[in-house]
Design a binder for this molecule. Structure first.
Ligand code: 4AZ
Length: 848
């Protein structure tokens, strides 16, 4: 069977069974995992409620009494820890908890813990027992073996804090690496030579009483392989589980874990994964916690040869879960730091753009010719801690320590011909790290032939006083004399005149958007240029004669007359509310504004691109890649429903011997993320019919729109979902944020992208756009871009969506990538087919 044609693999709403052949949980656990919808007779509901209220009050009273008035109430406290042992060597049998070797060493460790606790009056009094979970090779020079354990204490509530203190008193003082021989006062009869013990209370979410399944899996990562949450990708992960995957690499290697997909519930208090640089969930060794639909790097590395992945879920909600690849890499594989003597170069944190491993330190010593100084500019900087002193993970340039996540484009200069850059990560919580470029410069001329910004960045001189903040600190736009083509903002900056009144605050103090109204104070400016008294706005009467005074009202009114700016309900009546369709509020009397709204959302989330960034799988589920058979990706398209796609007419025009107008030449890839990498959610379909707009003009690109009918329906899934079509009167005002997506070229004349790219642009006012594009922009076109340049759609993005998120969070198709003057050029926005103009045509041709 063709793998791709299998269609939907994951059902968001199905109450699925587990795949019982799966390596994870035994089938017997299934009955615990089913979510049973409770059915109650109406008659009993009232009585039930009264009884429940009484029970809750009684319980609350009892709890208050227990916890506040009785000091002998005890609670169970579990500590997770590791013990470094000197006189035992690691045996392969220790990887198997059922081996006799494991059992006998575990017994010794438990005895040893009991002995250690016996030296402390608090610990010995409340200690219940210990169990050993795993062993690994030691990674610090002095431990030859590490044991991971859980110790349980039963303690009166008021004593909890003293228990924490007693547990921590067993650790060596902060900063000391020494063995604590003597501190633990171990007697010669001790069976084990213990170097250190570290423990912390277990994460309370991992000891929730509601967790019905707790299970661990031991995985050796030598050969590489894949981890999946149970059920992935066919069904959601099970509720109320606490699962652990203990990953081990060969000695002298580290574990690498790369998440390909990770989609959990948004609230980390409910469902989450946590990764540890350890074989036990010790908070001190936690590398990351993730939930929802994370956006940062999802590649993680351990410091030694072990790593632990945990998954905790609550009782409710279904989400797909994760799939991750594991592998091992030699510890010596990536050396960081060293001596650098070139005039320029670049450096980055180890394994960038993966998250750096914990417990890593690198020093780069840069030395340039004696008469020069060194400057370093950070192009990426993500070291996630925020304390001013940067005690945990940091970069230190000479004597200046940097940390946090806001230092992009920071420039630091040396005061001599040498510079030292140190990177340090501590033992927990990692981040993506940094990339930086360094360069030698002559001290009295730091930016030869270029402009020096106040923040020491050097930029092209032509960028000075051009209206754009190229320095990042605005210093290239200060103290400018405006020329005739520019306007002067109140804050002294100069901006091109055609940016006046374009809906965007270009000056930074909104002075370019002042005095834009032609009407007098107290009057409302209609879209057709008429002026009416302010009081006539939103009074239910069409005072402007184009309906625009009734189109942006808080309350929706049923109007006497329809206009080009008012929404027409299914019953033919028009309402005053702006963009009422699919906004989760019923505005039309017949509810038609909320019909056909299974669109524009991203399942499992609550809530050719130049200058773009990689998107996450499933982030743009309406994005389609149109392939010419045997040739590959050519254009983009959008999913309208299970049967129809929308693309650009210029994509389906014959060109010499290429018969692009023929349906059998094409195949549509839906749910695709990386070109040539298909997965469970990718669907390939042949095209049955292509309907290009009958008035498409290849000279002017007027009416650049085409429909494609699939030869077979697709089942929607989390990576294939329709985008909402805007009604003909939907307003996408200038300045509004929009997103472009596609696999097109990543620079003008460049090659296409492998991974789906996304970029944020803004809708550009029609008059401004006409001026910029020498009047070639017609009423069926819409402009969007970043006028500064550097961000745009490009060849190969054509036909793809220009997506705009409405106030309710639904995404609407504002445009189709159509044409432009090159790609990402300054003051040359992208031009898109304006979908509102073609809403009727789409309905007529496809019924959608
Ligand atoms: C193209 O060649 C193309 N900058 C698409 C979009 C743009 C330029 C060219 C917009 O398909």
């Amino acid at each position: 069977m063709d793998f791709l044609d299998s269609g939907q693999k994951f059902s968001p709403t199905r109450d699925t069974d587990w795949d019982t052949t799966h390596q994870f949980l035994p089938a017997a656990d299934n009955k615990h995992l089913e979510k049973k919808p409770g059915r109650r007779r109406t008659l009993w509901v009232g009585l039930g409620l009264v009884l429940s209220a009484a029970a809750v009050s009684l319980l609350t009273g009892l709890l208050v009494w227990h916890y506040h008035l009785r000091s002998d109430v005890r609670v169970k406290r579990v500590y997770i820890g590791s013990m470094g042992i000197r006189d035992q060597n690691f045996l392969p049998e220790y990887e198997d908890p059922s081996s006799p070797q494991f059992s006998s060493l575990a017994k010794l460790v438990s005895q040893q813990l009991k002995l250690i606790y016996s030296k402390n009056s608090v610990l010995t009094k409340y200690f219940q027992g210990s169990s050993v979970q795993a062993f690994s090779e030691g990674d610090s020079g002095s431990d030859s073996l590490v044991a991971y354990y859980e110790s349980e204490f039963d303690i009166p509530v008021p004593q909890e804090a003293s228990l924490d203190e007693a547990i921590q008193s067993l650790e060596p003082p902060a900063g000391s690496q020494q063995s604590q021989k003597g501190r633990l006062l171990l007697k010669p009869v001790d069976a084990l030579s213990v170097n250190n013990v570290f423990s912390r209370a277990i994460d309370p979410r991992m000891s929730r009483k509601s967790l019905v399944v707790r299970k661990s899996f031991n995985v050796h990562v030598r050969e590489g392989g894949v981890l999946r949450s149970p059920g992935f990708p066919d069904s959601s992960y099970p509720p109320s589980v606490y699962l652990q995957w203990r990953l081990r690499a060969d000695p002298g290697h580290r574990v690498r874990l790369d998440f390909h997909t990770l989609i959990l519930e948004d609230d980390c208090q409910q469902d989450f994964i946590k990764i540890y640089d350890s074989l036990a969930p010790i908070e001190l060794r936690s590398l990351t916690e993730q939930c929802g639909y994370p956006h940062g790097s999802l590649s993680f590395l351990s410091s030694g040869n072990v790593m632990l992945l945990t998954l905790v879920t609550n009782e409710e909600k279904n989400f797909p879960g994760f799939r991750a690849n594991y592998s091992q890499i030699p510890l010596t594989a990536q050396k960081c730091g060293g001596t650098l003597s070139g005039d320029k170069g670049s450096i980055s944190s180890p394994f960038f753009p993966s998250n750096y491993p914990p417990k890593t330190s690198c020093v780069w010593n840069i030395e340039v010719p004696v008469e020069k100084f060194v400057k370093v500019q950070f192009s990426k900087f993500l070291l996630g801690n925020h304390s001013d002193q940067c005690p945990d993970d940091y970069v230190q340039v000479d004597n200046k320590r940097l940390c946090g996540r806001k230092l992009k484009n920071t420039v630091i200069t040396s005061q001599s011909n040498t510079m030292s850059i140190k990177f340090n990560s501590d033992s927990s919580y990692v981040d993506q790290g940094f990339t930086a470029e360094y360069e030698a410069f002559v001290p009295n001329n730091p930016c030869p032939g270029r402009f020096q910004c106040t923040n020491n960045l050097c930029i092209n001189q032509t960028l000075q006083c051009d209206g754009w903040n190229d320095c990042g600190d605005g210093s290239d736009e200060d103290n400018c004399v405006c020329d005739a083509s520019q306007m002067k903002c109140k804050n002294g900056r100069c901006k091109p005149r055609f940016w006046e009144c374009d809906g965007a605050d270009d000056c930074g103090d909104r002075t370019d958007e002042e005095n834009c109204e032609k009407c007098k104070p107290g009057e409302f400016s209609c879209r057709n240029g008429n002026c009416i008294p302010e009081e006539s706005k939103c009074n239910g009467e069409d005072d402007c004669s184009d309906g625009s005074d009734e189109s942006k009202c808080e309350k929706s009114l049923v109007l006497q007359q329809c206009s080009a700016f008012t929404f027409r309900c299914g019953n033919g009546r028009c309402i005053s509310k702006l963009n009422p369709e699919c906004d989760e509020e019923q505005d039309c009397g017949d509810g038609s504004d909320e019909d056909n709204c299974q669109c524009g959302t991203r399942p499992y989330r609550s809530s050719r691109i130049v200058g773009g960034q990689i998107s996450r799988e499933g982030e743009w589920p309406w994005q389609v890649s149109l392939h010419i058979k045997g040739k590959g990706h050519v254009c983009g398209a959008s999913v309208l429903n299970h049967r129809w796609l929308l693309t650009a007419a210029h994509c389906v025009q014959d060109s010499g011997s290429d018969k692009y107008s023929q349906p059998d030449q094409w195949e549509a890839m839906l749910g695709l993320h990386v070109q040539s990498q298909t997965n469970e959610w990718t669907v390939r379909r042949n095209i049955k019919r292509i309907i290009a707009h009958e008035d498409y003009n290849p000279m002017t690109y007027n009416n650049d729109i085409a429909l494609m009918e699939l030869d077979e329906d697709v089942t929607l899934n989390q990576n294939i979902w329709p985008i909402c079509l805007p009604s003909p009167t939907h307003d996408f005002p200038g300045g509004q944020v929009a997103w472009i997506t596609g696999w097109g070229a990543t620079r003008e004349g460049g090659s296409v992208a492998l991974v789906l790219q996304k970029a944020e642009v803004r809708i550009i006012n029609g008059t401004v756009c006409k001026n910029l594009m020498s009047d070639e922009v017609s009423a069926g076109m819409l402009c969007a871009g970043v006028l500064k340049g550097g961000v745009d759609a490009c060849q190969g993005d054509s036909g793809g969506p220009l997506s705009v998120t409405g106030p309710s969070g639904r995404v609407f198709l504002a445009g189709l990538v159509s044409w432009g003057d090159g790609c990402a050029r300054r003051n040359k926005p992208g031009v898109y087919t304006r979908i509102t103009r073609y809403r009727g045509w789409i309905k007529e041709q496809s019924g959608v």
